[in-house]
Design a protein around this ligand. Structure first.
Ligand code: BEZ
Ligand code: FE
Length: 293
């Protein structure tokens, strides 16, 4: 194959992959090449612009390490994470909606019991969270594993605080199980709006396109139980100014809930709290796992 030009290049690349042993990989790469080429033709991409794009992607890779995942930020801010997630979850409307996972989940968070305080020293107004995990037919889902994680009042997740050693950095995150009737409850801190990390290439892209880096206040949940699809979602705080301009396009109306403010006084765990404190009551409905015939 010689003398490839701007018109014949697409077919040349596509035909070069016809011996691919993995049919799905071939489908994906063929479509990717076709769309990439169509995009370059559409905008009449110049060599200078393509060099800048490669430099940008290189910076995304360079800044990524075990604490910072700039590729997830890029996917999230370009709406790709939400698109991929939305087209792969075809659950009944009665089930709790999923939303983006984000880059701040960590494996091996501390295990807590119902009633425990998961903040572990993270700063923020006290907040008591409770709810029930059920299936779509109303059945209680006992012994489900709940992972919860959130930022502190300064808008930072523990993993973003570089002054912490790894050993002591599990703050405002944890794992706990629902009781036999599917109920759970824990104490944490109030979720606040925060900007996603924007001191890197993704932040520069946001600034260049006139976008702010903020996410509305939210709590992350991952809920796992045998026989049910794992639910990855977030609960958002009603009234937050960024609910309709979330930088990662993750807000669903059904996931917006009231965090109720209480004056100083006796909290649900019987303690006296001298500052305003909050409660969140939110139930989760899991989808039954599909049984493959
Ligand atoms: C988060 O909510 O933790 C998050 C989601 C997407 C990008 C950045 C942060
Ligand atoms: Fe978050």
């Amino acid at each position: 194959m010689r003398d490839i030009n701007e018109y014949s290049i697409t077919e040349a690349v596509v035909s070069s992959m016809t011996r691919c042993a993995d049919a799905r990989l071939q489908t994906i790469l063929t479509s990717l090449v076709q769309h990439l080429h169509a995009f370059a033709r559409d905008v009449r991409l110049t060599e200078d612009e393509w060099s800048k794009a490669i430099a940008f992607l290189t910076q995304v890779g360079d800044i990524t390490d075990e604490r910072r995942q700039e590729f997830i930020l890029l996917s999230d801010t370009l709406g790709l994470s939400t698109l991929v997630m939305s087209q792969s979850t075809g659950k009944p409307a009665s089930c709790t909606e999923s939303t983006v996972f984000g880059p701040f989940f960590v494996d091996g968070a501390p295990i807590y019991h119902n009633g425990d305080d998961i903040s572990n020293g993270a700063r923020g107004a006290p907040c008591y969270v409770k709810g029930q995990v059920r299936g779509a037919d109303g059945e209680a889902v006992g012994n489900a594993w709940i992972d919860v994680w959130q930022s502190d009042e300064d808008g930072f997740y523990d993993v973003q605080r570089l002054d912490d050693s790894h050993a002591s950095s599990h703050r405002a995150r944890g794992r706990l199980r629902t009781d036999a009737e599917g109920f759970f409850n824990f104490r944490t801190i109030l979720a606040e709006a925060y900007p996603i990390p924007h001191d890197g290439p993704v932040g520069r892209m946001l600034a260049a396109t006139g976008r702010h880096p903020w996410r509305p206040a939210h709590l992350h949940f991952r809920i796992e139980a045998p026989g049910f699809e794992t639910l990855i979602t977030q609960v958002f705080r009603e009234g937050d100014r960024y609910l309709d301009s979330d930088v990662v396009f993750g807000v669903r109306s059904t996931l917006v809930a009231d965090w109720i403010r209480h004056d100083p006084g006796i909290a649900p765990d019987g303690r006296r709290i001298e500052v305003p404190w909050y409660t969140l009551d939110y139930d989760f409905i899991l989808n039954r796992a599909q049984i493959l015939a």
